[in-house]
Design a protein around this ligand. Structure first.
Ligand code: HEM
Ligand code: HEM
Length: 175
């Protein structure tokens, strides 16, 4: 099979844009937490929330786009690898949606509206409840974040394995 760059079956441009902007938004949302933790300035947690909500909207649009998109034909690989890639892609979609939802619920159950870049606010649309705020905090910080790290590392290691070990030019499909 000819896998040189010009013959590679690529994802449609919409999928490629959705993919890389999601990755960038994840990086920015996480960087805001690092700035918040190391510089101790409260404005960064505000940006963290606003970028996190942006990622939520982006992921919802991405899933809708994915439903209407035809994937390029799969690269030949052992059955377990193609199953693992399907499961881990599904997991990435699910956790990138669950994470900002848990963050939003943590905030509103804590009685705090969420400001989106000073443009508008998501009001407290639930009755504040400390127990539920705590629950969503644990979900956000301990459980889903750990899963995001795990699945993202696995995803990038798999991409590098295709690139440098199998040399099947898989990354070019998403470039
Ligand atoms: C995919 C989007 C998001 C990611 C990847 C993310 C990631 C994180 C991470 C890594 C932390 C720090 C965990 C730690 O202390 O070790 C954190 C904390 C926090 N996040 Fe998010 N977050 C996202 C979306 C949101 C949203 C949408 C909100 C609220 C609207 C939010 C509110 C918060 C708050 C208030 C904290 C501080 C919690 C604490 O210090 O106990 N996050 N987030
Ligand atoms: C250096 C970073 C990254 C590289 C090289 C990379 C590479 C790729 C490639 C090549 C594919 C297509 C696989 C195929 O055609 O079967 C893909 C799909 C995907 N990537 Fe990434 N990726 C990166 C970062 C990320 C990040 C940070 C996320 C989100 C956390 C992510 C989420 C996804 C998802 C959900 C899919 C599945 C698309 C689908 O089947 O609908 N990627 N990635």
């Amino acid at each position: 099979m000819n896998n040189t760059r010009s013959h590679v079956a690529k994802w449609p441009i919409s999928s490629r844009i959705f993919h890389w902007i999601s990755a960038a938004l994840l990086l920015v949302t996480w960087s805001m937490i690092l700035l918040y933790e190391y510089l101790g300035s409260n404005s960064y947690i505000g940006y963290h929330k606003a970028f996190g909500i942006s990622l939520l909207c982006w992921m919802i649009a991405r899933v809708i786009n994915r439903i209407f998109t035809k994937a390029p034909p799969p690269i030949p690989m052992p059955k377990w690898q193609s199953l693992a890639s399907k499961l881990s892609h599904f997991a990435l979609y699910a956790i990138l949606i669950a994470m900002p939802m848990a963050g939003l619920l943590m905030s509103v159950y804590g009685g705090r509206p969420v400001d989106i870049f000073g443009l508008f606010q998501i009001p407290v649309f639930v009755t504040p409840d400390r127990t539920l705020a705590r629950f969503y905090n644990d979900l956000h910080v301990d459980i889903i974040w750990t899963m995001i790290i795990g699945f993202t590392v696995l995803h990038i290691v798999a991409a590098l394995y295709h690139q440098f070990v199998k040399k099947d030019n898989l990354i070019a499909r998403m470039k």
